[in-house]
Write a protein that binds this ligand. Sequence first.
Ligand SMILES: CC(=O)[C@@H](O)[C@H](O)COP(=O)(O)O
Ligand SMILES: NCC(=O)COP(=O)(O)O
Length: 248
Amino acid sequence: MDRLRLGVNIDHVATIRNARGGDNPDPVRAAVMAQEAGADGITAHLREDRRHIRDQDMAAIAAAIDIPLNFEMAATDEMARIALATNPHAVCLVPERREERTTEGGLEVAGDANRLTSYIAPFRDAGARVSLFIAADEGQIEASARVGAAVVELHTGSYCDAVAEGRTEDAAVELERLIAGAAQAHDLGLEVHAGHGITYDSVAPLAAIPQVVELNIGHFIIGEAVFRGLHDAMGEMRRLMDLARRTT
Ligand SMILES: CC(=O)[C@@H](O)[C@H](O)COP(=O)(O)O
Ligand SMILES: NCC(=O)COP(=O)(O)O
């Protein structure tokens, strides 16, 4: 199997910065360090409420890195304007609710297919790969192919929560859902990514799904970097990913 790509999400460096205001710690520096430490891409989520990444961060990250930038955002007109001006390698459309603590559930694609088809078109024309952050649900996967996305990123949050909370039966059910979803998406011609809530404890079974070519991981890596540095935190994740890939 090909080497699995590791996209590092640096949102939560900005969360720490914003807790105090000012400029430190700088998410742009984190993006450059992650690149130096072997990240295959940088993911950043410009939320509508700007709770972590801000507009100027996105432009600065895009200018500072040489690896692909995956611009996560809600499918709004405001975000389309900003993202098209930033010219990212990829945009990943995610559902957003201001009251949520973190991204809950996947994007509703099946029920919003006409609007999303038109929304995606200018990104495709601009050469950006469009990814949809969805639950591993048959109808949403089928709709993602229909609206013209190139990529789906399967939401791994429920699986990772079950692993973290020791709910092994739930974890097994969620993992089966992700395995089936990855196969379906791949058969429909979609590139398959996965992400959300991934830790050292939950990464291996996800990395072993053969159709998954990229994992996007942020919160855990940034937290772990507090204790062991970004290079080591990423290195351990890389090691676990490569090991799982080799042993399948
Ligand atoms: C879509 C996704 O999974 C990430 O962008 C994540 O949402 C970032 O962290 P927050 O949800 O805490 O903003
Ligand atoms: N799209 C998922 C992502 O970028 C990382 O999510 P998390 O690891 O911060 O939960």
